[in-house]
Design a binder for this molecule. Structure first.
Ligand SMILES: NC(=O)c1ccc[n+]([C@@H]2O[C@H](COP(=O)([O-])OP(=O)(O)OC[C@H]3O[C@@H](n4cnc5c(N)ncnc54)[C@H](O)[C@@H]3O)[C@@H](O)[C@H]2O)c1
Ligand SMILES: N[C@@H](CCO)C(=O)O
Ligand code: NA
Length: 444
């Protein structure tokens, strides 16, 4: 029997317009040119780039046969474009561009996590109203199909927690510092040269980029609205090679993690440097690689690993989205996978837990004067807050040094109580300067 498709004849090409021809834009053009035949076969129709919006050509890709406009809004207005691929970054022009394209009935593919995390609720509502879709696989963990996994592969589960290395630049810096003894600034400069960093690299090193990605994953995992302003965010700019060394000595690696967890009291949403036992797979994810552990009640722990940034790795995710959208161009909106992971009215996963209520363990590094009694004072302060000391490193002071670094691993405690204990420790006459505090997660 002839299929409906055979009766209708070959499907017309899916027509895409790409805005932004930087790292990801050029990677997308190159991979589409190289793998065009396979992509068309998987799509069931050719995929044509009908227009590119770019301020200037990019020598990293050949666009000589393509229609380029110097004005990106031309792409949003082009009646021949079915899918607008937003790769300019930022949240101002990109928001306007996407809203205009939606108003003009275009589907959206974007790699822009800032845009989705900060304006996704508005954009998703606009898209739903117009009956178009927004796909954003490249926005989280670059080439790793984590959005697909959360939104489709794991839908049978109640997701309990997830923890991920979701910023390639930050992981590259920490790896270079630990393995090659490089300085923070030297490693960051290299990450920028390699095209991993955001236009403003403070987004990478201060955890903002990871917070963007975490809220997107958490929204899908826990059925909550995108809540970027509720994420506790701490960067890696304060991590020293000394702390990396002490962590090693204790059997841990320091990684910059985004953590989301369902608790009875609410959903934890936090980004911060974290000590992880060195035996965990995720502790050994290095360089620009990303990895996300997702724990579902039915499937148990799952781990997703791959390149979190870079031109072609990110293009891989952009093209996966283009194919997903192109396959369903003729589908009714309610037959597509919901953009936010749940059907309308289904975002009822509860509120975000205040950081003071979060329970975890801590690494503390205290600079103490080499006098008797410091340790008993610290132990008393901790014990008064219900915190016990699980491990301790205290080396002899270096020659001529008056200060001794004391490193402690604590029991699990509420963040608020730990903060009060740290304030009391810092106020001791025998302690100098701020106490370094890094959270510890067993992840098992
Ligand atoms: N680089 C990566 O590895 C990576 C990975 C995942 C996601 N992303 C995201 O992808 C997006 C693009 O990142 P990128 O690394 O390709 O950035 P990029 O800076 O290399 O490229 C952005 C391009 O957009 C152009 N552009 C910006 N505003 C424009 C405007 N108003 N009109 C015309 N052109 C404009 C810029 O000139 C530049 O060529 C960002 O949202 C970023 O967060 C990047
Ligand atoms: N700057 C980001 C790009 C990928 O989202 C990173 O380093 O992870
Ligand atoms: Na991805």
């Amino acid at each position: 029997m002839e299929s409906q498709q055979q009766l209708q004849g070959p499907r017309r090409p899916a027509r895409i317009g790409i805005c932004g021809l930087g790292t990801v834009g050029s990677g997308t053009v190159n991979v589409m040119a190289r793998n065009g035949e396979e992509i068309a076969a998987r799509c069931g129709r050719p995929v044509e780039i009908v227009q590119i919006g770019a301020r200037r050509d990019n020598p990293a890709c050949d666009t000589s046969a393509l229609n380029i406009s110097r004005e990106i809004f031309d792409v949003a207005a082009n009646p021949d474009v079915d899918i607008l691929v937003e790769l300019i970054g930022g949240t101002t022009v990109a928001r306007e561009l996407v809203l205009t394209a939606i108003r003009n009935g275009k589907h959206i593919v974007t790699a822009n996590k800032a845009l989705i995390a900060e304006h996704g609720n508005e954009l998703f509502a606009a898209a739903a109203k117009k009956g178009v879709t927004i796909a954003y696989e490249a926005a989280v963990a670059g080439g790793i199909p984590i959005i697909k996994s959360l939104r489709e592969g794991l839908v049978g589960n109640r997701i309990e927690w997830l923890a991920g290395i979701i910023n390639g630049t930050g992981n590259y810096i920490l790896t270079e510092m630990r393995e090659k003894g490089r300085t923070f600034d030297g490693a960051l400069g290299q990450a920028q040269e390699l095209g991993y960093a955001e236009a403003d690299p403070t987004f990478d090193v201060e955890g903002i980029d990871a917070a963007h990605k975490l809220v997107i994953m958490a929204s899908l995992s826990f059925a909550i609205p995108l809540a970027f302003d509720r994420v506790y965010t701490e960067g890696i700019s304060g991590i020293t090679s000394e702390d990396i060394r002490y962590a090693d000595e204790l059997g841990y690696r320091i990684k910059h993690l985004g953590i989301g967890r369902r608790t009875e009291q609410g959903v934890e949403l936090r980004v911060h440097p974290t000590l992880i036992p060195e035996s965990r797979l995720i502790a050994n994810v290095n360089g620009v690689m990303n990895a996300i552990l997702v724990n579902g009640d039915a499937v148990g722990p799952t781990l997703y690993y791959g390149a979190g940034a870079g031109d072609e790795a990110t293009a891989s995710a952009v093209i996966a989205d283009i194919v997903d959208v192109a396959r369903t161009l003729e589908s009714a909106p309610d037959q597509r996978v919901p953009v936010s992971g749940v059907a309308e009215g289904g975002q009822n996963g509860g509120d975000v837990l205040p950081m003071d209520e979060v329970v975890t363990s801590y690494y503390l590094r205290i600079s103490a004067h080499d006098k008797p009694g410091v340790m008993s004072q610290v132990a008393r302060i901790c014990s008064d807050q219900g915190i016990s000391i699980e491990a301790l490193i205290q080396h002899e002071p270096a020659d001529g040094e008056a200060l001794v670094p004391v490193v402690i691993l604590t029991s699990r405690a509420k963040e608020g109580r730990l903060r009060d204990a740290v304030a009391e420790i810092e106020a001791l006459d025998t302690v100098e300067g701020d106490v370094v505090r890094i959270r510890v997660e067993p992840l098992g």
